[in-house]
Design a protein around this ligand. Sequence first.
Ligand SMILES: [Zn+2]
Length: 301
Amino acid sequence: MARTSTSAAALRASPAPAPARVPIADTSNLYLFSIDYEDVRGELVGGWRNADRLPDTTARLLRFLHAHDVTATFFVSGETARAHPDLIRKIISAGHEIGCHGWRHVPMERYQPAQFKDDIAKSLECLYRAGARRVAGFRAPYLSFTERCAWAYDVLAELKFVYSSSVLPGRNPLYGWSGFGDAVKSVSGVVELPVSVISFSGVSLPFASGACFRTLPWVLLRAIFARRRNDGRPLIGYFHPQDIDTEQAKIRYAEYGHVGNFVLRCNRRHVLERIGAIFNGGWRAMPYSDFVERHLCADDR
Ligand SMILES: [Zn+2]
């Protein structure tokens, strides 16, 4: 695929695309489970000198998902697909969907539209070269879509993406789009599936995701899942290969202080056990593109 460029001025001049609600069919007990697949070494003190843990964590994840009869979506960064096409092929062979997780793992605030489009086009090349058949979905690194970069939906539409799952609908110390709301919406013709959140003291937490599975009390997590079982929308959450990595040497994230590093490291040994308990409790999963195809009311998209 040829690299393309988009006129930043033209994109900025046009009004910000407005989200429009998309009705969805019944989704009881549906947990849209995903893996944000990047090589974490790029964010660690010591960087690429740390051991490459992806072969091991990928094998463990694939065994776990197979054992629970779960098919998921892996949002893969282009850089990781270029470095590990063998691992991407294994993920595809196991029946999982491949989505795009940007090129390098950087938040959207660092992008201008033209550079974003170039990076995503470059990522798509690597994903297709690694064997992906149809890359329909996008997840922004750090869930960093906010009202300030709504132009990104126009770029995704140009690149033929069908859906995105890049919004944390609320206030959060990292990123968040409070005005988006937690319903599935269409923006510039791209379906946005915001991650599921729960609010504590004005902070929205993505409870169906890795950091919360490690830090929230298990009894609380189970109660939240039970309450959301039949509320007519899927649960949407994400994990990382490193969330389950108990073998990694003592590591430290360069961008975070003591609290952030604790949250990103603690309780890794409990994560698979807790996810397993959720699936054993009757929650089902499917790749995001299957959900968009089967559960959204097509006339309203
Ligand atoms: Zn990520």
